[in-house]
Design a protein around this ligand. Structure first.
Ligand code: ADP
Ligand code: ADP
Ligand code: MG
Length: 666
């Protein structure tokens, strides 16, 4: 077995690999860039080597820097994690010539599978069904149209070197094919330095289901069942589960057999994932093979009990698989929620800043309902524009799907992240969505269910009333505390008001609160009452309450004149006033929002890559104005209507803050 493993990665996956390595008695080496000096993965490792500046190209993506770190520490193996150099054959080759083990597949398999055209050909030859399409390179818009007509619309235009959902376009018409071909090609050239494009049939509303394979160097290959990864935005996964609610035993066995056949045809060893899309009739089609540890591997670990990272390390060290196919037993149900530093209310744009609060729910692995949180951050960390915005993977396991979902809802409710925007409220909304709950999901679930983007969830009236009651109770508790702080004895303290007006958006409620000890009775104008029990105290940011016997976890922040309450997919700013103040408030003139329609504001913090217009230009609706890049994502900002550019107040190369004015229209 290896003595020392260097992990050529950062964040949660570096921490995850170190965990298994340490348990196997192997020493661990972290590498880090300037931005990561104090990161969790550096603290978790036995040794750490600085490898360069924050830009990934000069640090985590630099083969030379990593090789130097290996020589410096004498590591005898390297685990690449995912992303970065994990599917880079030059890296695997460089390690080979250095005499260091690569904890991953053989170079030839990386090469064959890293390319979508080559891998589809390989799959076809191995008898694995692939998405119908054209397996040649497409050189021009005209050729693209011709090929699309041959395949039949709609089509998917793809970059052969593609990954991470980039370089991919759907086209429903000849015009869209021409446009999509050009934009796919330039995105591919920019992202992968490789502009080869091919095309396949676009399968409308499929599921994404993938098979985890494990293969050793002795010809043994097994599969650890499937993961359902249909919940995606921008063709990237955000919620995964195992098993898939859609597969029957027969389809599972057949997909597994195909995945194993493909791995064997590629002389594969290590862990890998064969991705399929599956149509409504359970026809499945190969789309690609990822020759690395997958982000969502924990859900498979939770249902099979196999430590996939430990297996991966063992295989690289030449060990035989400990399991045979018949030994693979899957039990229960597991979910993974990817927690991203992104703003669900702003079209999921990345968010940066300091994690002023980071309190995940306590882990509880191995219990009746397990909670696992794979993370790479700690409170106080800075989330920068340099890397992927994923900060944690919250996983839950239960005896069945219902139990695992319920545990996820509770865990999301008690997961505290402040200082940056994050997608927790959106994830909660998905776990409360009836279609998601029914398991009838496809890759267009988010587009179908949130057609206008995410704008928070309307809570059922009953839950809403409970939250309003809770707000009134929090007010009474806070007021009581204030009277105590004034130093007076409680028996002659000034009386705390019992009648409160709670309002948010355009709703207002009068609530009367009576209490004995920790039980409060909140009564409403219509005569209804909610009994609230809580031991919440001012200063606590999480409140567990029981409202009419329902157990709820709320995030509570005092704001000027009230409380901000977050629960599931809602985020409300409730103002609390004495009834007399509320009456007067209703008579005040409303402040009009300022007219921002003449300005183009930067929607996310990032780098202004290029400006497509100059002062005086006449632009049309849909025309590109500029390109902003942050966290591996390029965003083209477009004109929303015909207008003339009056002034420009940013230059290419500038780092822009959120809401910075980029240009003004006349
Ligand atoms: P998966 O199917 O596992 O989500 P992807 O191809 O989307 O696979 O990417 C794998 C993971 O690696 C994703 O979380 C992605 O954000 C991350 N990733 C991809 N490219 C990079 C990169 N250049 N730097 C850092 N992380 C990356
Ligand atoms: P990447 O390398 O970026 O992960 P994939 O080829 O795995 O690219 O595709 C990513 C996602 O795009 C899939 O999970 C699926 O949702 C969607 N997709 C890919 N190919 C097709 C297709 N032919 N028809 C419909 N959806 C597709
Ligand atoms: Mg993929």
């Amino acid at each position: 077995m290896f003595k020392k493993i260097l992990i050529a990665n950062r964040g949660e996956i570096a921490c995850r690999v170190m965990k298994s390595a340490s348990e196997m008695g192997i020493r661990t080496v972290a590498v880090f860039s300037d931005a990561d000096k104090r990161s969790l993965h550096v603290r978790r490792a036995d040794e750490a080597v600085h490898i360069g500046p924050s830009q990934a190209s000069e640090s985590y993506l630099s083969i030379e820097r990593i090789l130097e770190a290996i020589r410096e520490t004498g590591a005898d193996a390297v685990h690449p994690g995912y992303g970065f150099l994990s599917e880079n054959k030059d890296f695997a080759e460089a390690l080979e010539s250095e005499g260091v083990a690569f904890v991953g597949p053989p170079v030839a398999a990386i090469e064959a599978m890293g390319d979508k055209i080559t891998s589809k050909k390989l799959a076809k030859d191995a008898g694995v069904p692939t998405v119908p399409g054209h397996l040649g390179l497409i050189e021009s818009g005209d050729e693209a149209v011709q090929v699309a007509n041959g395949i039949g619309f709609p089509v998917m235009i793809k970059a052969s070197a593609g990954g991470g959902g980039k370089g991919m376009r759907i086209a429903w018409s000849e015009n869209e094919v021409r446009e999509g071909f050009q934009s796919s090609r330039s995105e591919a050239a920019g992202s992968f330095g490789d502009d080869r494009i091919f095309m396949e049939k676009f399968i409308d509303r499929p599921r994404h289901i993938e098979i985890q394979v494990l293969a050793d160097k002795h010809g043994n290959c097994i599969f650890l069942n499937e993961r359902e990864c249909s919940i995606q935005r921008r063709n990237q996964k955000i919620i995964e589960e195992a098993p898939s609610p859609f597969l029957d035993e027969e389809t599972r066995a057949s997909m597994g057999a195909q995945a194993v056949a493909l791995a064997k045809a590629a002389d594969y060893h290590s862990v890998g994932t064969v991705e399929f899309i599956v149509d409504a009739e359970r026809n499945f089609y190969f789309i690609e093979m990822n020759t690395r540890l997958q982000v969502e591997h924990p859900v498979t670990e939770l249902i099979t009990g196999v430590d996939i990272v430990a297996e991966m390390i063992g295989i690289a060290a030449g060990e035989k698989l400990k399991l045979e196919q018949k030994d693979v037993v899957a039990g229960g149900w597991a979910f993974e929620s990817r927690i991203y530093a992104e703003d669900p209310y702003r079209n999921f744009l990345p968010s940066i800043g300091r994690l002023s609060r980071y309190r995940p729910p306590p882990e509880d692995v191995g219990g009746a309902a397990s909670i696992r949180n794979d993370t790479g951050v700690i409170e106080g960390d800075e989330i920068s524009i340099h890397y992927d915005p994923m900060i944690a993977k919250l996983c839950t396991w239960g005896e069945d799907r219902e139990e695992a979902m319920d545990s996820m809802r509770k865990s999301l409710d008690s997961f505290e992240i402040e200082g940056i925007a994050c997608n927790i409220s959106f994830l909660s909304a998905v776990f409360d969505n009836p279609r998601f709950i029914s398991g009838h999901i496809t890759t267009s679930f988010i587009a179908d269910e949130f057609p206008d983007g995410f704008c928070g969830v309307e809570l059922p009236d009953q839950t809403l009333q409970r939250l309003v009651a809770a707000v009134a109770v929090f007010q009474v508790i806070s007021e009581t505390r204030r009277t105590q702080i004034s130093g007076q004895l409680s028996n002659n303290a000034r009386p705390v008001g019992r009648e409160w007006n709670v309002s948010f958006d355009d709703k207002a409620f009068n609530v009367g609160v009576a209490n004995s000890n920790k039980a409060y009775s909140a009564s409403f104008d219509d005569g209804t009452r909610v009994i609230v029990e809580t031991s919440w105290q001012p200063g606590q940011s999480l409140a567990s309450i029981s409202a009419d016997d329902a157990e709820l976890t709320l995030k509570v922040d005092p704001i000027s004149g009230g409380f901000r309450i977050r629960h599931r997919g809602t985020d409300i700013r409730a103002s609390v006033r004495a009834p007399r103040h509320a009456e007067l408030g209703a008579l005040m003139a409303k402040k009009m929002p300022s007219d921002m329609s003449k300005q183009l504001l930067c929607p996310m913090p990032g780098l202004l890559v290029s400006l497509q217009v100059s002062v005086g230009d006449e632009v049309e609706s849909g025309q590109a104005l500029c390109v902003i890049e942050a966290m591996k994502m390029e965003n083209i900002l477009k004109a929303e209507r015909t207008a003339r550019i009056k002034s420009i107040s940013a230059n290419p190369g500038d780092i822009l803050t959120i809401d910075k004015v980029i240009l003004e229209f006349e």
